[in-house]
Design a protein around this ligand. Structure first.
Ligand code: SF4
Ligand code: SF4
Length: 309
């Protein structure tokens, strides 16, 4: 039987931050959210695309000569890339001598991925690690996700999923049958502000968090809520208090991880020909340790159990 193919944009081995032990991370491409601070913008669109890293380009013109779509032109000695004309054939990537062009997004079968994942079985066994599927949004390709997790479990590999849970509720239990560990983000408690910051309301997300707990689809030891801390965007007391009230209303006590804002993905926006969404918000900053300590102290005083202090 022909296997379904999934679109991924990265496989990363030896991760120690995305679930127990040493893990292999698979990044699914495509996401219904557009978080303003997203550090993986190459994971948002559900199609392959080409990134152009201008700093590495020596204007050698090789890509201009081979592009069959006329998407790359030379103008006043500079290379100009029209993404709208690009069909992601990858020809320019192959000829570029400086790795200034990168094709992100490849269609793979579950067996293709498992071949990579199985390479580190001895590390998983020693560390209690396994496979983590993130993105992008893993549920945006739920059939592929389900098959990948099911097959991983056939090899007794521990499985984790990092998701926004912005997905149809009736798709969740089929996937969760094969999930050992779950991370879900809460980005803002106010649905209107959530819409402004991510492009979608949070109602479905909060309902789905309650659903996975109340249906017993994941236990308290294996469920982590993550809160990105974006100074002057979502770290005000009103929002943190609202999130803590939601968490304390859940059927069991959930562990929380805080994700401090960083700008490691900023250069990728330029490579994708897009503006960095937070560049107009000058009040945003990378939170220093003292700032995070204040956030931790406040949340802890509200009864939130933070596990990555
Ligand atoms: S991926 Fe193909 S179509 Fe796109 S710029 Fe490169 S050569 Fe041209
Ligand atoms: S092939 Fe690479 S280095 Fe040469 S012009 Fe194109 S992007 Fe620049």
């Amino acid at each position: 039987m022909q296997q379904i193919k999934g679109l991924i944009f990265n496989v990363q081995r030896y991760s120690i931050h995305d679930g127990p032990g040493i893990r292999t991370l698979v990044f699914i491409k495509g996401c219904p959210l557009r978080c303003l601070w997203c550090c993986n913008p190459e994971g948002q669109l559900a199609r392959p695309e080409v990134m152009y890293f201008r700093n590495y380009c020596t204007r050698c013109r090789k890509c201009v000569e081979v592009c069959p779509a006329g998407a790359i032109k030379l103008r006043n000695g500079d290379v100009v890339f029209d993404k709208n004309l690009c069909n992601s054939c990858g020809t320019c990537v192959e000829v570029c001598p400086n790795n200034a062009r990168k094709l992100v997004g490849m269609y793979v079968t579950v067996d293709d991925i498992l071949k990579e994942v199985l390479k580190d079985m001895k590390f998983y066994a020693r560390s209690g690690g396994g496979l983590t599927v993130g993105g992008g949004e893993p549920f945006s390709q739920h059939e592929f996700l389900k098959e990948l997790l099911w097959k991983a479990k056939e090899y007794s590999i521990h499985t984790a999923v990092e998701t926004s849970l912005y997905t149809s509720t009736n798709l969740i239990s089929g996937v969760m049958k094969h999930v050992d560990y779950l991370f879900v983000d809460i980005k803002h408690i106010d649905p209107v502000k959530h819409m402004k910051l991510t492009g979608v309301s949070n109602e479905l997300i909060l309902n789905n968090i309650r659903y996975v707990i109340e249906e017993g689809l994941i236990g308290p030891k294996d469920f982590v809520i993550r809160i990105p801390i974006i100074p002057n965007v979502n770290d005000d007391h009103e929002n943190l208090k609202g999130i803590s009230e939601f968490i304390s209303s859940l059927k069991y006590e959930v562990s929380v991880e805080l994700l401090p804002y960083h700008e490691l993905g900023k250069h990728k926006y330029e490579a994708l020909g897009r503006d960095y969404p937070l560049s107009s918000l000058t009040s945003v900053f990378i939170p220093p340790k003292e700032h995070m300590i204040k956030v931790i102290e406040f949340l802890t005083s509200l009864g939130v159990r933070i596990v990555n202090t």
